[in-house]
Design a protein around this ligand. Structure first.
Ligand SMILES: Cc1cc2nc3c(=O)[nH]c(=O)nc-3n(C[C@H](O)[C@H](O)[C@H](O)COP(=O)(O)O)c2cc1C
Length: 179
């Protein structure tokens, strides 16, 4: 099984990107996670730029790469910060590039929202879930996790130092693998 990790943060040293890497170490044998590194290459979405499905031309290379990565993965694991009570624009933009495809239809998705704040990005989660519902993805029970005070729960290298968070991530990973 292959999981595509998607961080909603482009920041060097992003806690969300580190979390995805931490999950890689918690997965059962035979399950791998690859973190997608091309969100920053996607242009701002506009239906005119997304006309390839109508006129038969090839999609933009960055868009093709994003869509292929989704297509080749058995599941997606999104880990996102909260920006201004919502999800970062770069993540919403990437999701908008999938709307004209069927790639997300019944795609298995796990979602983590991690924030240094005590609410843990609950509002980011609350805004991301309807978008994923609009895309008709499949998010099984137990496949979403809000992590508060995240900087106190991992060290600088991304090692999870908080036992409860580690257990919650293992649970989420196992749940995704179960499908
Ligand atoms: C523009 C901006 C807006 C933010 N808005 C929120 C917010 O609404 N809620 C929150 O909990 N944290 C907010 N934060 C703090 C982020 O959660 C924090 O920077 C987090 O570590 C970003 O994730 P990353 O480490 O993966 O980059 C904001 C940060 C930035 C830069």
């Amino acid at each position: 099984m292959t999981i595509l990790g998607i961080s909603g943060s482009l920041r060097q040293g992003s806690t969300n990107a580190l979390l995805l890497r931490a999950v890689a170490g918690l997965l059962p044998k035979g399950v791998t996670i690859t973190v997608f590194d091309g969100l920053d290459d996607l242009p701002h979405f506009s239906p005119e730029r997304d006309a390839d499905h109508e006129n038969g031309t090839a999609p933009l290379p960055s868009v093709a790469r994003w869509r292929t990565a989704i297509d080749e993965a058995d599941a997606l694991l999104i880990s996102t910060p909260e920006y201004a009570f919502g999800i970062p624009g770069v993540l919403k933009n990437a999701l908008d590039w999938t709307v004209s495809t069927v790639l997300m239809d019944q795609k298995l998705v796990g979602v983590v929202s991690a924030s240094p704040g005590y609410e843990g990005g609950q509002k980011a989660m609350a805004s991301l879930l309807p978008t994923l519902t609009a895309l008709n993805t499949r998010i099984p029970d137990g496949c979403s996790l809000v992590i508060s005070s995240v900087r106190k729960k991992m060290d600088a290298s991304g090692h999870i130092t908080d036992e409860a968070t580690n257990e919650a991530l293992i649970k989420l990973a196992v749940r995704i693998v179960k499908g």
